[in-house]
Ligand binder design. Structure first.
Ligand code: XUL
Ligand code: MN
Length: 345
């Protein structure tokens, strides 16, 4: 592996500085205004901002209000030396998307989802962003019989095509997650979305964003999912975090549960030259018990752990790894990796 200087670019979303509300209790920290959150990025070593459409401007603003509001946010980002990484239409909170957006049974709800998505593309355009993230939160069912899954698959492709046709520069990435909020999500894995990507109007502009926790919840190793997408030249975004078993989506600090699993993700990104392809997004959440003064520690810590793991990936003796492989000495390789992570011999 060629040794390269550390040139990763990092991002997080304003929702990653949160007040700690969960489905069982209210906020435990003060809400931080958007502009104050933006002022934290540089201090933490981040230069890209992940954005939902309504992080930028409220969803019900008209075209004039939207253009004005977007320009204001763009100015704020520029004043901090920041860039937007992507726009994601937040389709899961509106009353018209209770039953999903693109796969809703109601034609008028599907129309709303498409219109809102086109508007999100317009926001991206106004901000000079060429990446749209689709996390299909409610595109699925609570019971198998509620929707027609075959029809839903076609509707998802239609929705992606709608984006690609609305703008000829935008790239679309699917961020797949198998469950939560839905019991059964359509297109539950990276592989599923990749299959769809090749059937869209422009496969060269359709790829994936891989979130560690989502792959883990689907029962896959995130490093292998990333390697798969890299081979297809379709890994255009990552959301690194960690996950303690098969529960709700935890968004824990990267590497805080399974350091070796985190190392393997970083090693794959290194080997695939990801630093030159995309931004390292950290979709991590503070523990609910976190005090106000420490509300960005999970972001700083995730980045720090990532940097440590880059150093470990770069100092790994690849010749040694090859020799272990040639010898079929996987016990030896196992020990070598664990001792490398322990920084001991
Ligand atoms: C949901 C999730 C989202 C997306 C952006 O699990 O990860 O925050 O990253 O919509
Ligand atoms: Mn995410």
């Amino acid at each position: 592996m060629a040794k390269r200087p550390s040139n990763y670019r990092f991002s997080f979303g304003p929702w990653n500085i949160s007040a700690g509300a969960d489905p069982f209790g209210p906020v435990v920290r003060k809400e931080v205004p958007f502009a104050k959150k933006i002022a934290e990025y540089r201090k933490l070593g981040f230069t890209y901002v992940q954005l939902h459409d309504d992080d930028v401007v409220p969803a019900d603003w008209d075209a004039t209000q939207t253009a004005r509001g977007v320009a204001k946010v763009q100015k704020l980002l520029e004043s901090e030396g920041l860039k937007g990484e992507f726009i994601a239409p937040r389709l899961w909170e509106d009353r018209r998307t209770i039953d999903g957006g693109y796969t809703a049974n109601s034609a008028s709800d599907r129309r709303y989802a498409k219109n809102r998505t086109r508007r999100a593309v317009d926001i991206a355009n106004m901000m000079g962003i060429d990446l749209m993230v689709i996390w299909p939160a409610r595109e699925g069912t609570y019971i198998r019989e509620a929707k027609d899954a075959q029809l839903a698959t076609g509707r998802l492709v239609e929705a992606i095509n709608d984006i690609l046709e609305h703008d000829d520069k935008i790239r679309v990435v699917g961020e797949m997650k198998p469950n939560e909020p839905m019991d059964h999500a359509y297109c539950p894995s990276v592989g599923h979305f990749m299959g769809l990507a090749y059937r869209t109007a422009d496969p060269t502009r359709t790829g994936v964003l891989i979130e560690s926790a989502h792959s883990i919840l689907a029962g896959f190793d995130p490093a292998d999912d990333m390697a798969y997408a890299l081979w297809h030249e379709k890994l255009w975004g990552v959301h690194l975090n960690d996950q303690n078993g098969l529960k709700y989506d935890q968004d824990k600090t990267f590497g805080s549960v399974d350091l070796r699993r985190a190392f393997n993700q970083v090693w794959v990104l290194e080997r695939g030259g990801y630093a030159d392809i995309g931004v390292v997004g950290l979709d991590v959440k503070a523990m609910r018990t976190t005090k106000q003064t420490d509300q960005t520690a999970h972001l700083a810590n995730s980045k720090r752990i990532f940097d440590h793991l880059v150093a470990l990936a770069r100092s790994l003796d690849e010749k040694k790894v090859e020799a272990f492989r040639e010898n079929r000495d996987y016990e030896g390789l196992d020990l070598y990796i664990v001792e490398h992570l322990l920084a001991t011999k």
